[in-house]
Design a protein around this ligand. Structure first.
Ligand code: UDP
Length: 331
């Protein structure tokens, strides 16, 4: 059995649905602080807060014999919030994970898949960013995730907990069957905000900065489909279960091609025009802490996890996200 902590959230819910589809037994732990019960899709849900050691310990004690792998998605993930209130980030994203790892260790559960992030790298020194790139995060969110990557190395050598940390670049898209999708509140990510401007759930999309050192002046990011993230989690799980992976491993997950904010808006405009929708754009100054370009080199994930992104095309990513936005907006 796989325990998915944070399985009611955006990436976690897609991983749960499709692990279930692949015949894997899945149960969810979530405190429902940002996740949605409706995203759990019939999986068994244990409403437990990872900061509650007692509840966590008794869950793991009761279920230890059945648990093969723990996947951890539960985290606070807003960069600006992490700057304003770092304590919440270190408490949830570091302390919370330590509680999980300690409960695993006590109960002899040794396989862990961890959601990490491109934010562990900070300002890129070269592109695309591979696993050898230095990790100098520039905000508490990135630092909290990097701290856990470091903890995992020590827990592997001392306690034999084997782990795979998957560093997502810009996760986006939605379930191609349109049952689940991105549902953050507040929403801060570019693509859902663009599509909400198209559906009428908001009036416009703000472009944060047109004076970056990029061809059109807007920031470049590497957008990766949530289904491709699922595939990477499944591969990591299988590597751990078959004991091929012993140690603490980290992989970058992106498509290796960057798109500017303006390019994302242009492709979205083309997609929503099929429904006679338009997108109003407002130019704003730069948002604090945004690097001009972030693009992943995922060669190692492709080699070692045999990860093959199936939804790498930006237009496909946007089509799936638009189908979901139309459903949420009642269009
Ligand atoms: N962005 C934007 N307007 C928005 C939200 C984001 O112009 O309303 C830009 C942001 O400055 C960045 C890119 O879109 O360059 C992706 O931002 P997002 O918050 O989606 O992900 P991040 O790259 O920060 O993880």
């Amino acid at each position: 059995m796989v325990i998915v902590i944070g399985g009611a959230g955006y990436v976690g819910s897609h991983v749960c649905k499709y692990l279930g589809r692949a015949g894997v037994r899945v149960e969810v732990i979530d405190n429902l602080s940002t996740g949605n019960r409706s995203s759990v899709l019939g999986k068994r849900l244990h409403v437990i807060d990872i900061l509650n050691r007692r509840d966590l310990d008794s869950f793991f004690k009761e279920n230890a014999a059945d648990i093969d792998v723990v996947m951890h998605f539960a985290a606070k993930s807003l960069v600006s919030e992490s700057i304003d209130d770092p304590a919440v980030y270190y408490r949830n994203n570091v302390d919370g994970v330590l509680n999980v790892l300690d409960a695993m260790h006590k109960n002899n559960i040794n396989n862990f898949v961890f959601s990490s992030t491109a934010a562990t790298f900070g300002e890129p020194e070269y592109l695309p960013i591979d696993e050898n790139h230095s990790q100098k995060p520039i905000n508490p969110y990135g630092r909290s995730k990097l701290m856990v990557e470091e903890v995992l190395k020590d827990y592997s050598s001392a306690y034999g907990i084997n782990s795979v940390s998957l560093r997502y670049f810009n996760a986006c898209g939605a379930d191609p069957e349109n049952e689940i999708g991105e549902m953050h509140d507040p929403e801060t990510h570019l693509l859902p905000l663009i599509l909400q401007a198209a559906s009428g759930r908001r009036s416009d999309i703000c472009v944060f900065g047109r004076d970056y050192d990029t061809p059109d002046g807007t920031c470049i990011r590497d957008y990766v489909h949530v289904m491709d993230l699922y595939q990477a989690h499944e591969a990591a799980m299988r590597e751990l279960i078959t004991s091929k992976k012993k140690g603490a491993f980290s992989y970058n997950l992106g498509n290796g091609s960057g798109f500017s904010v303006q390019e994302v808006i242009d492709v979205a405009r083309k997609v929503v025009a099929e429904d006679n929708k338009t997108i109003k754009v407002i130019d704003k100054p730069r948002r604090c802490g945004d690097p001009a370009r972030l693009v992943a080199d995922s060669t190692i994930a492709k080699q070692e996890l045999r990860w093959i992104p199936r939804f790498a095309e930006l237009e496909v990513i946007i089509r799936h996200a638009w189908a979901w936005e139309k459903k949420v907006a009642g269009l």
